[in-house]
Design a protein around this ligand. Structure first.
Ligand code: HSE
Length: 281
C-alpha cells in the first residue's frame, strides 16, 4: 500500500497553535505486512537528514497503549520530500503515516477523527497533524480533551525559504515565555482574527497583511545566531509579509530576490493542498 502525507505550515504568524495549512509537497510512504521483522528505510532528497526512526516506534507503542491492539511487523519505505526539522511538518508526517499504518495493520478500524485525536495527543498541538489528515487551511481547537476544527479549501501558492540548519520543535517550545503582556495577547488576537476574516471573505492578498506575531517568533529567532542572521537578511529585502513556518527555521515570505540570503538551502514554491492524506491501495 502507499500513502502520501503532505507537508504543513503552521501558526501563519499570529495564529499560534491554531492555524495550519497543508501544502502540495508529500512524503510518499510504502508499506506491507509480509515480513516477520519491522524494517524501515528512507530514500529521497531529505532522507540523509533523518537521524533515526524512533518516532515511528514511539507512535506504534502509543497506538498499542491506547487501543490495546498489537502492531504487526511491517516493512516501510518512505520517500522524504519534506525537509526534516525545518518547520514544514516532517514529524507530523511521520506521526500521521505511522498511525495510519498501525490502524491498517491491527485492523483496529479507528475513524479518521479518532486517529486525529491520537495524533494531537502525541504531538501536543493540533496545527500540523490535523491539516496533514484533512488538507486545506485548518483552524484548530484543542483544550484538554476537547478537540474541534474547521477547514477552508483555498487556491494559492506560498514561497518558503528553507535554510541549511534545522531546529527542534520541542526545544523551540521550551523557549516560549510563561506569561505575555496583555497588549501582545491583544495584538495577536487582532491579527489572527483579521487574517481569518479576510480568508473567509475571499480576500487572500489582504489576509497576509495580518501575519505579524508577538507571542512566539521573536523568542525563537533570538535563540540562535544563524536564525537571527537568516531572518534579518529576509527582512532587509522589504517583503510585504514574512512569518516563521511552524517553529522554524523556514520562513514563508513573498520576497522575490533571494540573492545574498545566508544559509539558504532551498526555495520552495508550494500550493495549498486541499486533499490532505492521500491513500492509494
Ligand atoms: N504551533 C506549533 C509551534 C507548530 O509553533 O510550536 C510546530 O510545528
Amino acid at each position: 500500500m502507499k500513502i502520501m502525507v503532505p507537508a504543513t505550515t503552521t501558526n501563519l504568524g499570529a495564529g499560534f497553535d491554531v492555524f495550519g495549512l497543508a501544502l502540495d509537497l508529500f512524503n510518499e510512504v510504502f508499506f506491507s505486512f509480509d515480513t516477520d521483522k519491522t524494517f524501515i528505510e528512507s530514500t529521497g532528497k531529505y532522507a540523509p537528514d533523518l537521524e533515526s526512526y524512533d518516532l515511528f516506534f514511539e507512535v506504534f507503542e502509543f497506538f498499542e497503549k491506547k487501543t490495546g491492539y498489537r502492531v504487526p511487523p511491517v516493512k516501510i519505505r518512505q520517500v522524504c520530500n519534506i525537509p526534516v526539522s525545518s518547520g514544514l511538518g516532517s514529524s507530523a508526517a511521520v506521526i500521521v503515516s505511522a498511525l495510519y499504518i498501525a490502524n491498517v495493520g491491527t485492523k483496529a478500524n479507528l475513524s479518521q477523527r479518532d486517529l486525529m485525536k491520537l495524533a494531537v495527543e502525541l504531538e501536543g498541538h493540533p496545527d500540523n497533524v490535523v491539516p496533514a489528515f484533512v488538507g486545506g487551511l485548518v483552524v484548530c481547537y484543542q483544550d484538554g480533551d476537547v478537540f474541534d476544527f474547521e477547514r477552508f479549501e483555498l487556491d494559492f501558492e506560498l514561497t518558503f525559504l528553507v535554510p541549511n540548519f534545522s531546529l527542534c520543535t520541542n526545544n523551540m517550545r521550551r523557549v516560549l515565555p510563561k506569561e505575555v503582556s496583555f497588549e501582545d495577547a491583544v495584538f495577536n488576537i487582532k491579527n489572527s482574527c483579521q487574517f481569518l476574516a479576510k480568508i473567509a471573505s475571499g480576500k487572500l492578498d489582504d489576509a497576509f497583511k495580518y501575519v505579524e506575531d508577538r507571542l512566539h517568533q521573536s523568542y525563537r529567532i533570538n535563540q540562535y545566531e544563524e536564525m537571527k542572521e537568516f531572518v534579518r537578511a529576509v527582512v532587509s529585502k522589504k517583503p510585504s509579509y514574512w512569518f516563521v513556518s511552524g517553529s522554524g527555521p523556514s520562513i514563508c515570505t513573498d520576497v522575490k530576490d533571494v540573492e545574498g540570503i545566508p544559509y539558504l538551502r532551498d526555495v520552495l514554491r508550494l500550493k495549498v493542498n486541499n486533499r490532505g492524506l492521500i491513500i492509494s491501495k
